[in-house]
Design a protein around this ligand. Structure first.
Ligand SMILES: NC(=O)CC[C@H](N)C(=O)O
Length: 366
C-alpha cells in the first residue's frame, strides 16, 4: 500500500491509500452524492480544478466504459473515496477506474472517512486542499500555509472550451452551441432531435453567431465563477431578443448576469443525482442531476425582465429562469442528465418547440 495524505486548508489531515496517478495535486475539494455516474462526473469539464469526493462508499465497481465520457480530457484534479473497487464487473467495462486515472494523470485517495470530510465541507464551505504525492514525506504546516495563500478557483472556461468551431450536423433546427466547457450530453440531446449543431468557442462574438442564421442558441455548462466570464456575458446580452436561447448551469448563470441579475457562491454547492426541483408553473417536482457551486441571487432579479420558473426544494435557491419579453429559458440543473435521472429531458423538446414557434412568428411578420 502506498500512503498518501489529503491536507485541508484548516489543517485537517486524512491519511489514506494512493491510487491513480502518483503525483501531487491541489484544488478545491467538493463532494457529490451520486451513487453511480463516476465516469461522467470525472469527465465533466465543470469540475475543472476540483478534487471530487464521492459520498457513496464504493466507487469503480463497474469500471470505465467506452460510451459514458462527457469530454475527451478530464479536467478534475483528484478523486477521493471510501473504497475503490478492486475487481470491476460490467459487460461494458473497458478498464478499471484505477487504470483510467493512471492514464489521465489524476491522483486518487481511498480509505479515508469521507463522511467526516463531507461534514467539514458542509460546515466550512469551499475548502482548498492538497493531495500529496504517493509515499511523499511532507511538512503539513508549510502545505497549509501554501493552501491559504492560493486564491480559490476563478474561471477556466478558456481552458476547456473548444479552440475552433466544429459542426455536428443534422437536418433539423440550426443551433449554435456556445461552449463554456460543454458536457457531451448536451450535444447528444440536440443531435437526438436532429438539430444541425455548430459548436463554437466561448468567445465567439454575437454578430458572428447571428451570421450563421441559427434557429436557436444553446448556452452550455462550464467551470468556475460565472461573474468572471465577462466576454460570455457580453455576447449573451447581445443575443437576447434576437433568437431563442436555452441555457444550462453556467449558461443559466451567464444569462442571469447578462440580464442585470447577480450570482453568489453557495456555501457548499449542489452536486449529485437526486436534487428535487419544483417547476413553479406546473407544481411538478422533478429529480435532477446537479453540479454547481454558484447560484443566481433571487433578490437581484428585482427590476430585471427575469422570472423564476424553478426552485430547489432542498434550500430554496433559484433553479430556473425565463425572460418575460423574449424567448429565453434557462435551468441551473442538468436536463441532459449524464449522469442522473432523465425527468427533465423534456426541456430539450421545449427548446425545439420554442424555436419552431419563433420561426412561425417570424414568417407572420415577414
Ligand atoms: N455545471 C456547471 O455549469 C457549473 C457552473 C458553475 N461553474 C458553478 O459551479 O456554479
Amino acid at each position: 500500500m502506498k500512503k498518501r495524505l489529503l491536507i485541508l486548508e484548516d489543517g485537517t489531515v486524512f491519511t489514506g491509500e494512493a491510487f491513480g496517478s502518483e503525483q501531487a495535486s491541489q484544488g478545491e475539494v467538493v463532494f457529490t452524492t451520486g451513487m453511480t455516474g463516476y465516469q461522467e462526473t470525472l469527465s465533466d469539464p465543470s469540475f475543472y480544478g476540483q478534487i471530487v469526493t464521492f459520498t457513496y462508499p464504493l466507487i469503480g465497481n463497474y469500471g470505465i466504459n467506452r460510451d459514458d465520457f462527457e469530454s475527451i480530457t478530464p479536467a478534475v484534479r483528484g478523486l477521493v473515496c471510501r473504497e475503490l473497487a478492486q475487481e470491476p464487473s460490467n459487460f461494458r467495462c473497458d478498464l478499471s477506474l484505477n487504470d483510467y486515472l493512471v492514464s489521465q494523470n489524476i491522483p486518487g485517495i481511498q480509505g479515508i472517512d469521507t463522511r467526516k470530510l463531507t461534514r467539514i465541507i458542509r460546515s466550512k464551505g469551499a475548502v482548498r486542499a492538497m493531495l500529496t504525492a504517493a509515499c511523499e514525506e511532507v511538512n503539513v504546516e508549510e502545505i497549509v500555509a501554501t493552501l491559504k495563500a492560493t486564491p480559490l478557483l476563478r474561471s477556466h472556461v478558456a481552458d476547456v472550451s473548444t479552440k475552433a468551431a466544429y459542426p455536428s450536423p443534422g437536418r433539423g433546427k440550426r443551433v449554435v452551441l456556445l461552449d463554456f466547457g460543454m458536457k457531451h450530453g448536451i450535444l447528444r440531446e440536440l443531435n437526438k432531435r436532429d438539430c444541425d449543431v455548430l459548436v463554437v468557442p466561448y468567445n465567439t462574438p454575437a454578430d458572428q453567431i447571428l451570421a450563421w442564421h441559427p434557429d436557436g442558441i444553446m448556452l452550455s455548462n462550464g467551470p468556475g465563477d460565472p461573474a468572471d466570464v465577462t466576454v460570455g456575458i457580453e455576447t449573451i446580452a447581445n443575443l437576447i431578443g434576437k433568437v431563442p436561447i436555452f441555457g444550462i448551469c453556467l449558461g443559466h448563470q451567464l444569462f442571469a448576469l447578462a440580464s442585470g441579475a447577480k450570482t453568489f457562491k453557495l456555501p457548499f454547492g449542489h452536486r449529485g443525482a437526486n436534487h428535487p426541483v419544483k417547476d413553479l408553473r406546473t407544481g411538478r417536482t422533478e429529480l435532477t442531476s446537479q453540479n454547481h457551486g454558484y447560484a443566481v441571487d433571487e433578490s437581484s432579479l428585482e427590476g430585471t425582465d427575469l422570472e423564476v420558473t424553478h426552485v430547489a426544494l432542498n434550500d430554496g435557491t433559484v433553479e430556473g429562469l425565463r425572460h418575460t419579453k423574449h424567448p429565453v429559458f434557462t435551468v441551473q440543473y442538468h436536463p441532459e442528465a449524464s449522469p442522473g435521472p432523465e425527468d427533465s429531458n423534456h426541456l430539450f423538446d421545449e427548446f425545439i418547440e420554442l424555436m419552431e414557434a419563433h420561426a412561425k412568428e417570424g414568417k407572420q411578420h415577414a
